[in-house]
Write a protein that binds this ligand. Structure first.
Ligand SMILES: *Cc1c(COP(=O)(O)O)cnc(C)c1O
Length: 375
């Protein structure tokens, strides 16, 4: 089936685009001599894990379930970080992962004996207190009061005997220049300890597959860190793995006029692209332009009861008609992983578009998926 024929709403993963991203990431891995992990919280369509595992070294998880998914479906290392691990889950986590990263001295001390006994490599998350992003305060783990990681002042050198590595994650959709700035702060505050570590995990937020990303700078920084401290380096991008590698196909159900012309779509920002409201951001739309740029401007909205369930105002070269299909772009990441069935809205089906442009249904959802989560 072609993209233009699939029933809506549906997410379509573009395997060719995914592969292009993976080739870039594998290139970094090879040139820098580091390991690249998929951060599953951004993208966990595990049907594509066999493809991704041909290029990347493993997965990282935000807790037990993602760790287990990575272990079951991805042939590679399993890393996990969580602000805290529950006593009721730690045994299962340790049975699943290769690396575990703790967020505080208390968590580390609480779980260290079991982690050692399980033969898992142990890390501690640090907070380099270096904010490099003004734009997305919601995504700044170095913001004042952040719960993430141990600051230089809090870092207790007695912990060095308990850990194998350090982990930081401070970037969000950023280029390599901000990594350089962050690494300076990391080295100033924690460089003395790094010499005793086996590895350094530089987290995610590296927008490596974006067109203007400075790959050479990333590679030279990783090589420099490896040479200076004799550590293995990990990076764990989420976004960069599936950036621009998916679409959300939707159809216009109605057009309502009240000062503004609003398209009622068979999709929803709050259910199917919550980051549009949370981050917030404006998703790219195929053949859609900024409001007012072309002759026909509409507000794109949803088939839910939430007034604010608006995706944005877009303009078009031609009038939009009821029944027309629209395609939101860059919808592979932070989209279906966050879906919900608010209003009893159905979950979009999942399709894989092969390199010839044919779309194959991976999974369709129905009433049972809505009812099955309730009781
Ligand atoms: C979110 C997150 C990632 C992935 O971040 P992206 O911005 O999707 O690259 C990696 N590591 C940790 C610890 C994270 O919280």
């Amino acid at each position: 089936m072609r993209l233009e024929e699939i029933p809506t709403p549906a997410y379509v993963i573009d395997q060719g685009k995914l592969r292009q991203n993976l080739e870039i990431l594998a290139g970094v891995q090879k040139a820098a001599g580091c390991k690249v992990l998929l951060a599953q919280k951004a993208y966990s369509l595990y049907k594509t894990y066999p493809l991704i595992s041909q290029y990347l070294s493993g997965t990282t998880a935000s807790g037990l379930y993602e760790a287990r998914l990575g272990r079951e479906e991805f042939d590679g290392e399993v890393h996990v970080f969580a602000p805290a691990f529950k006593d009721s889950e730690i045994d299962a986590v340790l049975a699943t992962c290769d690396h575990i990263v703790f967020n505080s001295e208390r968590q580390l001390r609480h779980h260290v004996d079991k982690s050692r006994a399980a033969g898992v490599s142990i890390g501690l998350r640090i907070n380099p207190e270096c904010s490099t992003q003004g734009e997305h305060a919601l995504y700044d783990p170095c913001a004042y009061g952040s719960r993430f990681g141990v600051t230089a002042e809090q870092f207790n050198p007695n912990l060095l005997d308990l850990i194998d590595g350090l982990h930081f994650h401070t970037l969000c959709e950023q280029n390599a220049d901000d990594l350089v700035t962050t690494l300076k702060a990391v080295e100033t505050s924690f460089g003395q300890y790094l010499h005793q570590m086996k590895w350094l995990n530089m987290g995610g937020g590296h927008h490596i597959t974006r067109e203007d990303y400075d790959l050479d700078l990333l590679i030279s920084e990783i090589k420099r860190i490896k040479a200076t401290y004799q550590v293995e380096v990990y990076i764990e991008p989420g976004e960069a793995v599936a950036l621009n590698a998916g679409y959300l196909a939707t159809q216009v159900l109605d057009i309502v006029e009240n000062g503004i012309e609003t398209l009622v779509l068979d999709t929803s920002a709050t259910c199917h692209m919550p980051d549009v409201l949370e981050m917030p951001y404006r998703p790219p739309l195929r053949q859609g332009f900024d409001a007012g740029e072309k002759a026909f401007t509409y507000r794109l909205s949803s088939n839910t009861c939430l007034t604010g369930d608006v995706i944005g105002d877009y303009s078009f070269e031609q009038p939009v008609l009821i029944g027309d299909r629209l395609y939101f772009e860059d919808m592979a990441i932070y989209s279906f992983v966050k879906n919900n069935t608010f209003n009893g809205i159905g979950l979009p089906s999942l399709y894989l578009m092969d390199e010839a442009g044919d779309c194959h249904l991976i999974k369709a959802f129905g009433y049972e998926d809505f009812k099955g989560r309730l009781s």
